[in-house]
Design a protein around this ligand. Structure first.
Ligand code: NAD
Ligand code: LMR
Length: 336
């Protein structure tokens, strides 16, 4: 397909026939994430039982008639999908069902990420940017990175906590009765799980500290629990996990990472090697970051009080345990 302007970038979605991909694909092609002058070629990876569905999705991509669409390849072969990829979004995973914790799906999902990490390292561009969404997202990202064997820099592998960030910002704005844009400085620390810590201690509402505007008991109780359990509440109501809001959060994460945040801090789960806020370097932990020219930087020097420290440590502990369990699950079985 001939598209005017710049050379196309290749954006890969795994789980491309799934429900998040269905909401995400138009956003990747409408110019809001990569730029209105940036053509996008899509690598669409899924498994054999979803191929007929994926064929229908590709027909709809054509029918959008978006100028940024530079074509696509739908495939079950990771080598084809990841070849020369610039950006990969990992959606392909078994989704959590009602009553399950995210780590309950770990056995099914870490194996997928172990295989795909090796395939990305072998076939994608060495500069590829990766965003893991399939749950347990942070630990899948850790498995993906370790399977890449050092071929892709750790700073290029991230997991999605922007959905939690958006949920927390929205809850605070609704409680304060202000516009979303009046709230700043809400961050997610740690795991995309029910141990995550949505932190409002540095947040402001119309420039005033949130803790002096909104009832502190609510902020330290119901608010935290609501954000932590929002994914489960949506599954209970929809009998499906969140998709529309997840797709928007993915677009937010990618746009901010690539185009920059203009000094505004957002939440991203990342690997860092400086022991920032006492976090281990081999776990994918959500921090407040700013982004500029395609690179994130952790917001350092935030004062952490005892209330926050307890919660940041709890989610750190869970991530260490999840990583150990995931490594156990992908260990080759010894045959005598
Ligand atoms: P879905 O079941 O609708 O789609 C998943 C797709 O992945 C399916 O098309 C399936 O065929 C495919 N798939 C399965 N195994 C694959 C493999 N090995 N390779 C490639 N594709 C494979 O699920 P969904 O609702 O789109 O959710 C996708 C994932 O995102 C789930 O793990 C869900 O729990 C997670 N999720 C994460 C967040 C977050 O904030 N991190 C938010 C919402 C959902
Ligand atoms: C969410 O937070 O909505 C998703 O991670 C779905 C889930 O598995 O909880």
């Amino acid at each position: 397909m001939s598209v005017p302007g710049k050379a196309p970038i290749k954006v890969v979605l795994t789980g491309a026939a799934g429900q998040i991909a269905y909401s995400l694909l138009p956003k990747l092609l409408d110019g809001s994430v990569f730029g209105a002058d940036q053509p996008v070629f899509l690598g669409l990876l899924d498994i054999q039982p979803s191929m007929t569905m994926l064929g229908g999705v590709i027909m709809e991509l054509e029918d959008l008639a978006y100028p940024c669409y530079a074509g696509s390849v739908g495939t079950t072969d990771p080598a084809v999908a990841f070849k020369d990829a610039d950006v990969c979004v990992f959606l392909g995973a078994f989704p959590r069902k009602e009553g399950m914790e995210r780590k309950d799906v770990m056995g099914m999902n870490v194996k997928i990420f172990n295989e795909q990490g090796a395939a990305v390292a072998a076939h994608a561009k060495p500069t590829v940017k990766c965003l893991v969404v399939g749950n347990p997202a942070n630990t899948n990202a850790a498995i993906l990175l370790s399977a890449m064997g050092g071929k892709i820099p750790a700073k290029n592998v991230t997991a999605l906590t922007r959905l939690d960030h958006n949920r927390a910002t929205s809850q605070l704005a609704m409680k304060a009765g202000v516009a979303m844009t009046d709230v700043a400085g809400v961050f997610i620390w740690g795991n995309h799980s029910s141990t995550q810590y949505p932190d409002v201690r540095h947040a402001t509402v119309k420039g005033t500290p949130a803790l002096s505007v909104v009832d502190a008991a609510w902020l330290e109780g119901e608010f935290i629990t609501k954000v932590q359990k929002r994914g489960a509440a949506i599954i209970e109501a929809r009998k499906l996990s969140s998709a529309m809001s997840a797709a928007v959060a993915i677009a937010d994460h990618l746009r901010d990472w690539i185009k920059g945040t203009n000094g505004r801090a957002v939440s991203m789960a990342i690997f860092q090697s400086e022991g920032a806020y006492g976090v281990d370097s081999d776990i994918c932990y959500s921090f407040p970051v700013t982004c500029d020219q395609g690179e994130w930087t952790i917001v350092m020097g935030l004062p952490i009080d005892a209330f926050s420290k307890t919660r940041m440590d709890a989610t750190h502990k869970e991530l260490k345990e999840e990583r150990a369990l995931a490594e156990e699950l992908i260990k080759p079985v010894a045959i005598n």
